[in-house]
Ligand binder design. Structure first.
Ligand code: NAG
Ligand code: NAG
Ligand code: NAG
Ligand code: NAG
Ligand code: NAG
Ligand code: NAG
Ligand code: NAG
Length: 583
């Protein structure tokens, strides 16, 4: 039927579509891609899965970036083939009915080919519901299905406070979620922001949740990164690095959040439920550093290296992003600075150990926020651990990871013998026990029994600012949670003198929330914890709603806030970003 009416109707429809439907995608073309951030990634089987977060892109053929949009699907990258970061094909599987969130925790259950997703934030406050544990059953070809997983101890589960900015790691059949921060965006109807003390664990086999927080209300950590190191100690250790330690009894702020530095390192032995520390040497990464990424590699000599990259400095106005990367070598506890990446600093990105020996960094925000096109194609950066080089391709057929020359030299010089161990126990965990491993001749020459990847990617976690390296409290590590205490001294004791320069937007007052009005949505997730989620009385606004105009909130929070009720917020934005935004 080709009646004139039909033709004109069709034309009208096409016209309408042309004008109305902005074509936006979870995976835009390389040219249209601007930024991806607040996603979490993890390796399961032959794929890297990338979940949650937000994306900005060019629309309508323009080169003006859109306001950020929620990513509605789970993405994957195939690790069995090689690809350049420009050619990489991100496969997308629909998320529904799974939770569409950002900053989630992901754990990998290799035995069940399943990922678990816990916590995170409902971006824009859209479709908030009671928090459940979601699981993603992978189909073996990069896709899969989301469903909820019921705990075997529901009454304990129902008491848990869902949060974002949690440090997380998978250890065999158990997922760990360390600290984090709760707000009106992380929990339905929640009325206040709070740093979460302690550590959760979830057993994939028994489906049982444990909250192993000890009795002190002050043991928090936020925006840190956790890395499971299977190589040392009786059953491996989990290193928890960076981030900050907000007080738990008030709304988190820069002034009450001393940073965790990268020199005195804290780790716990999950098998023994014990916490330890050890002072590292070498080129120590500067801190405070929050929302960086980490990834780990077992080397062919039986050692283990942890890579860290980026993050931001919440003690400096504008939260400048770090562009530096470092590697920590174990058992020597020695840091080496790596070359800087070609595509600028970033935070709110996520890293995984990809293939044989490359780190894949995914997404992130630079100093100019979400509308500045990422110089990294599709937000992807690749670092070759052995060659110690940033490259623009993932190579699926590399040889096994061998420590780079500079690290090998360190051990060859006998430096391991000079390590000042914090205790005989720690020495045993890292040196002597290792020598007992079959196939190990001497300290740094041994065949490693390469364990299955334990999916310990870490994303940035938790929020808040960096005060300063707090003092140190001697602590008897009680249980596996006590490590939170680490290097923390009561504020009263040291006065946190070194926060003097830090702006403290948390003490500013936002306009009171009117029912049905919308809080300013943060352009950058980290900012949300600084100002956007607080109302005048320090309460997070529960269950925020997306405004009727699509993307209105994100738009507002980026560069100009127009309505009177957002003026205050605007001044915070200006204060936080200062000239850094426009630099
Ligand atoms: C995801 O879905 C939400 C709600 O339907 C929509 O506003 C948003 O634009 C979608 N995101 C993308 C990238 O298409
Ligand atoms: C693309 O076009 C749509 C419909 O006209 C509009 O709503 C949207 O703002 C445009 N996007 C950009 C980035 O200009
Ligand atoms: C774990 O228990 C502590 C102490 O009761 C509580 O403050 C904390 O919020 C709990 N953690 C979670 C994630 O619910
Ligand atoms: C994890 O599994 C490995 C291999 O079975 C085992 O040697 C190790 O003790 C386990 N670690 C923990 C903490 O259970
Ligand atoms: C990938 O690694 C293999 C093995 O080292 C090497 O032969 C090949 O040239 C590499 N590919 C590229 C593109 O460098
Ligand atoms: C590693 O995983 C594979 C596939 O899941 C399994 O067959 C193998 O036994 C595992 N190896 C170890 C050491 O756990
Ligand atoms: C490292 O931190 C631990 C835990 O807070 C503390 O007990 C220890 O004294 C610190 N070590 C040094 C050398 O500062």
């Amino acid at each position: 039927m080709r009646s004139p009416q039909a033709v004109s109707l069709l034309a009208a429809v096409l016209n309408l579509t042309h004008h109305v439907a902005a074509e936006i995608f979870d995976v835009p073309s390389v040219d249209n891609f601007v930024r991806r951030f607040s996603c979490t990634s993890i390796v399961l089987g032959n794929y890297v899965y990338i979940d949650g977060g937000e994306i900005t892109q060019y629309e309508n053929g323009s080169n003006t970036a859109s306001a950020s949009n929620i990513v509605n699907s789970t993405l994957s990258l195939d690790l069995t083939t090689s690809w350049t970061t420009t050619e990489a094909v991100l496969k997308s599987s629909p998320k529904a009915p799974g939770p569409v969130k950002g900053n989630v925790v992901l754990w990998a259950d290799h035995a069940r080919n399943t990922l678990y997703s816990w916590g995170g934030k409902w971006q824009f406050g859209a479709n908030m519901k009671k928090t459940e544990l979601w699981k993603f059953l992978a189909d073996g070809s990069g896709g899969g299905k989301w469903s909820t997983e019921q705990p075997s101890n529901p009454s304990r589960f129902n008491e848990l406070v869902p949060a974002e900015f949690i440090a997380f790691a998978t250890v065999n059949n158990t997922g760990y979620a360390i600290g984090g921060q709760a707000s009106g965006w992380t929990q339905l109807y929640r009325g206040s922001n709070q740093a979460i003390p302690g550590m959760l664990s979830y057993n994939f086999d028994t489906r049982e949740w444990t909250n192993s927080t000890d009795l002190s209300p002050f043991h928090t950590i936020a925006q840190a990164s956790a890395q499971y190191v299977p190589t040392f100690g009786p059953g491996g250790v989990v290193m928890v690095m960076g981030g900050s330690m907000p007080d738990v009894d008030r709304a988190p702020s820069i002034a009450n959040s001393p940073a965790q530095d990268f020199q005195n390192l804290t780790f716990f032995d999950p098998a023994a439920s014990k916490t330890y520390w050890q002072v590292a040497t070498g080129e120590i990464p500067p801190s405070p550093r929050s929302e960086f990424c980490s990834a780990g590699w077992q080397n062919t000599d039986g050692g283990y290296e942890i890579f860290i990259f980026g993050g931001d400095n919440k003690a400096v106005s504008g939260y400048p992003k770090y562009r530096d990367a470092y590697v920590l070598s174990l058992p020597g506890f020695v840091w080496t600075k790596l070359p800087e990446p070609p595509a600028g600093g970033r935070a709110y990105h996520s890293c995984v150990s990809a293939g044989k020996r490359q780190v894949l960094s995914i997404g992130g925000l630079g100093d100019s926020g979400s509308k500045e096109k990422d110089k990294a194609p599709q937000g992807l950066l690749v670092f070759d651990m052995t060659a110690m080089k940033w490259v623009d391709f993932y190579n699926a057929s590399l040889d096994a990871y061998e420590a780079p020359g500079v690290i090998k030299d360190w051990y060859a010089k006998g430096s391991l013998d000079k390590v000042q161990w914090s205790s005989e126990t720690v020495k045993k965990m890292f040196v002597e026990q290792k020598q007992d491993l079959p196939g190990n001749g001497d300290g740094d020459d041994g065949t490693s029994t390469e364990p299955n990847k334990s999916g310990t990617t870490s994303t940035p976690v938790a929020a808040i600012a960096g005060g300063v390296v707090g003092g140190v409290v001697a602590l008897a590590a009680i249980g596996m949670v006590a490590w939170f205490l680490v290097r923390r001294r009561r504020r009263g004791a040291n006065g946190i003198a070194n926060n003097t320069d830090a702006k403290d937007p948390m003490h500013q007052v936002l306009p009171p929330m009117l029912p049905g009005t919308v809080t300013q949505y943060p352009a950058e997730v980290g900012d949300s914890l600084q100002y956007s989620e607080l109302s005048g009385d320090g309460r997070a606004r529960p269950n925020p709603e997306k405004p009727s105009g699509a993307n209105g909130l994100a738009e507002l929070s980026h560069n100009g806030v127009q309505s009177a009720q957002h003026l205050k917020a605007q001044s915070f934005t200006a204060e936080l970003h200062g000239d850094d935004v426009r630099r």
